[in-house]
Design a protein around this ligand. Structure first.
Ligand SMILES: *Cc1c(COP(=O)(O)O)cnc(C)c1O
Length: 429
């Protein structure tokens, strides 16, 4: 097995800990993270910046994938930056002692209050997403007597062959400025001319859960051309390029992810070729992996409750969580692999539809998932849930959000406490 999983005495182990024991001790549903996997992913990316860009770059963890204080502490200890998309994420990072200068602030609709908060706190880079924001940041910075380092988000016009809702590089997308139409150039001119802005470079993020290096290479090529074009038109040379994230992970056997170093290798080659052709110095590179840092490093443990067979149709195996802790199937049909943690070695010859306990027919964790014959009271482990699960969780049906624990060498510690009923009404008046 991979991704920190192993089996002992017919129990599933994760990060060296017996998941059945973890479920007993901490209750279910339970998010479990393997600290070593998270740190290894951070190091792999960091090393690839050393190997392929001579260290002239920085890894930014896209913290929307899993945002909590402990994650920001780990990212900081690993010497990587983070990207954020809201005042709340910035607040969480700063509360964890994360250095403001290593934070990037993204988003297609940042409020004035968020921008003021970011600028006040010296957030390292703000990534501008529309024309209005150029004026707003310039004005806020002016009032505070500050200069703000910014990047502009560019849509390089690339279709990244991923799900419609998670591809963002093509022109019909709410994020960023279009390259093809000249909009991005116009935005660059405007931002460069703004008194209180320092345009350090450009950003693109073409999508998520991408398995091919081609769209990344194409994006790098387009971005190099764009840098040259801006230089030719304005005389302003930018020194930084942020190539975004989106590296795919394995959710099920159908997924065949490339080693992350392979993406870095191919993209760096393309970028170096393009820069040479254009007589550009290779800029400082940022990459923003989110899913691939935490996704495989997390699993969710549930207790199996009702099991309902509809003859000739399917068997619903219901768990004590659902779309409230993992809305990704309901949102875009995301696929997962799962197994019964207390019978981890038994043959997986039972086809289950794993359902949540929410009042929605679409509240499923997945369909046609092969597990061993389930019984009420079993512990079901859903794999690769570390990214976009806790961070997308809700209190639908007033379900308290689960606890998250971090496991390191078999030792577990709580990093997010389980919500209580009191928490649920704490803001009710
Ligand atoms: C979501 C996002 C990422 C991370 O994407 P992953 O697929 O999780 O790697 C990086 N950059 C930006 C701007 C994003 O919006």
């Amino acid at each position: 097995m991979e991704y920190g999983l192993s089996i002992k005495n017919n129990h599933l182990y994760f990060g060296g800990a017996d998941t059945v024991e973890l479920a007993k001790q901490y209750g279910t549903p339970l998010y479990v993270f393997d600290e070593q996997l998270i740190r290894e992913a951070c190091r792999d990316y960091k090393n690839s910046i050393e190997n392929y860009y001579d260290g002239n770059g920085m890894v930014l963890y896209a913290s929307k994938a899993f945002s909590c204080k402990e994650m920001y502490r780990i990212a900081n200890e690993e010497g990587i930056g983070v990207d954020t998309v809201s005042g709340g994420e910035i607040y969480t990072a700063l509360s964890a002692g994360f250095p403001a200068e290593n934070i990037f602030f993204h988003g297609n609709n940042k409020t004035d209050a968020e921008l003021e908060y970011a600028i006040e706190n010296g957030i390292g880079h703000i990534v501008i997403d529309d024309f209005g924001e150029i004026d707003r940041i310039n004005e806020i910075a002016g009032k505070m007597g500050k200069k703000v380092t910014v990047m502009l988000r560019v849509k390089p016009g690339i279709d990244a062959h991923t799900h419609d809702f998670i591809k963002t590089g093509q022109n019909d997308c709410k994020f960023g400025f279009t390259y093809e139409s000249g909009e991005a150039l116009e935005a660059a001119k405007k931002a460069i001319a703004a008194k209180n802005l320092v345009v350090s470079g450009f950003h693109c993020h073409i999508g998520s859960q991408i398995f091919s290096t081609d769209p990344f290479c194409l994006a790098a090529e387009v971005m190099a051309k764009f840098i040259k074009q801006v230089e030719a038109e304005t005389g302003h040379t930018v020194t930084e390029l942020n190539l975004g994230g989106g590296f795919g992970i394995r959710y099920t056997e159908e997924d065949e992810p490339l080693p992350y170093a392979e993406f870095m290798n191919m993209v760096s080659r393309q970028l170096k070729v393009s820069c040479k052709e254009l007589s550009l110095t290779v800029p400082k590179i940022y990459i923003e992996p989110g899913r691939s840092i935490v996704g495989p490093a997390g699993i969710t443990l549930y207790t199996v409750g009702s099991i309902k067979t509809i003859p000739g149709i399917r068997t619903y195996v219901s768990v004590d969580g659902g779309m409230s802790d993992n809305p990704r199937y309901a949102l875009y049909g995301a696929k997962y692999d799962a197994l019964i943690a207390n019978k981890a070695e038994n043959p997986r010859n039972f086809v289950a539809t794993i359902a949540g306990k929410c009042c929605e027919s679409g509240d499923l964790i997945g369909e046609n998932i092969k597990i061993t014959t389930p019984e009420t009271g079993d512990i079901l482990a859903v794999l690769a849930t570390g990214a976009y699960n806790y961070s997308m969780a809700s209190n639908y049906n007033r379900l308290p959000r689960p606890s998250a624990i971090m496991v390191k060498n078999g030792e577990a510690r709580v990093i997010i406490k389980r919500e209580t009923f009191e928490d649920l009404i704490s803001k009710d008046v």
